[in-house]
Design a protein around this ligand. Sequence first.
Ligand code: BF8
Ligand code: SF4
Length: 635
Amino acid sequence: MTMKLSTDPSAATLLPIAKKEGIATVWDRHRAMQPQCGFGQLGVCCRICWKGPCRIDPFGDGPQRGICGADADTIVARNVIRMIAAGAAGHSEHGRHVALALQGVAEGRLPAYQIRDEAKLRAVAAKLGICTEGQDVPAIAAAVAKATLEDFQNQDHDAPCNWIEATLTKKRLERLQALHVLPHNIDAVITQIMGRTLVGCDADPVNLILGGIKGALADFDGMCLATELSDALFGSPTPVVTAANLGVIKPDAVNIAVHGHNPLLSEVVCEVAGQMDEEARKAGAKDGINIVGICCTGNEVMVRHGIPLAANYLSQELALVTGAVDAMVVDVQCIMPSVSEIGACFHTAVITTMAENKIPGATHVDFKEEAALESARRIVATAIEAYKRRDPRRVNIPDVKQTAIVGFGVESVVGALATLNAADPLQPLIENIANGNIRGIALFAGCNSTQVAQDSSFVTMAKKLAANNVLMLATGCGAGSFAKHGLMTQEATLEYAGESLKGVMTAIGTSAGLNGPLPLVLHMGSCVDNSRAVQVAVAVADKLGVDLDQLPLVASAPEAMSEKAVAIGTWSVALGIPTHLGTMPQVTGSAKVTELLTQTAKDLLGGYFLVELDPNLAADKLLEVIEERRKGLGI
Ligand code: BF8
Ligand code: SF4
């Protein structure tokens, strides 16, 4: 049986071309990898020391303990919390980078950056309890940066991180404090996970998972600060009409794909590209420079500036197969190492920019915030040079592109609601949830994975939830899926939303000046921007005087893959949110860990993992959860 690889129509055009050209893609390598290791899939393989590798026999015939005596429960728990630590490290390193940039701006050291959203900076300061009266913008920025960097430096175990304390409901903070899982210092918590999972340390699966939950909450802290400080520096998202899929690549432009996660790079590349447009035209590109996004960097510039999104995770290689990407500029995370080799099959310059993220075969242009403009100019000049080498006979841009209305941050959602009720913007949302016009809210997050036909689970689930009047938010590659499949349009709302949801979306959209409904799925941004959805949920919970685990709110990562998704999913559970996974988590080799995450968590935290690989059944199960929560609230 051949499994459908992708439901993205551009893949159908480009995969045969890749095949003809002898270019292997992620799907070819997936096939070559079959059958994948069953021990790894169950999480029962341990490589933590060199007496190993050890693996536990899941059928009970062979070894039930590793050479050191660790059993399946210990091994699985250690493996999964190391994944959480890695995910938290990725997000919070991104966050630290942004916080240091804010500090640099405050001190006047970074001419390429400024505070574009002063109101956001002030709001963040107020949230962190910083007094801003009589302070100028640099002083406020310095104080916000200092309070943020404390989350990486505080050594008082009893004092939780500033951002998490300023973000969650009081009840949630108390509940997490009682379990001793509130992080006090992001770096320390990540280090503790690595330390406690060394050979011969923590062997208690419950204790290990609690340590993992603390790490996941450190991940949440890092995501919150990354999102909010990026908004202060680059502007908070506002609704903007743009486009998605590989058809956004233009045949007559110098196409630069920005790929990765950190807006510090992509923002400056976008700005410099505007200044160098004439040079591109002189090189023969009559449409100048065209920036397109891939993965979460794509989402960052999409929601802030309406830059079109070319691809989500699984189609990053196909962007290169179009033969029309002149430069792919990458920073950190989710960049397939294969891109340099595929770029070399064409004229494409694959440019790495971060000292700690290099790829053999790529060109490295070191990017430092102090000299950001200079580096960005070198990058854009490299793209223009590469364009001159482009072979027009090898250009195959699929005629596939969808309109997408994106840019729904907390401020813009509240702003849209305020057009209905200026005095109490959340009231219309709460009223419509209470009266059942909106049954509940679902946050779609996470990646693509070769375990699922690309985008298929996202799309199937969204259509079913929409028909059942569930309001949907999305981030990351999930948002990319919906944008590419035309579900971020007003037409999609008219076509797929249930009657009552359609009515609410139309009322809000019309009153907010969109001349029609809100798009079916609201694009909140990149993966770190999952923190935006939490902020909306906290505001609603506070207004109702309840905690997050009482709201008819669910999360879903139907095509999850990355260690970052493991961290996000775990904090989502810790915040009290039922969290669906549509790919099999590598924990099922331990009945105890599986039970902890899918059942015990419900008693301890209110949230829990719900694993369902079939997207239709998954949507049904989430609808049941939403109804159960409604019943709990008596609505
Ligand atoms: O941070 S959704 S594949 S791009 S990990 Fe990666 Fe997954 Fe995409 Fe963004 Ni998030
Ligand atoms: Fe094997 Fe134990 Fe070493 Fe893991 S830590 S590889 S189970 S001996």
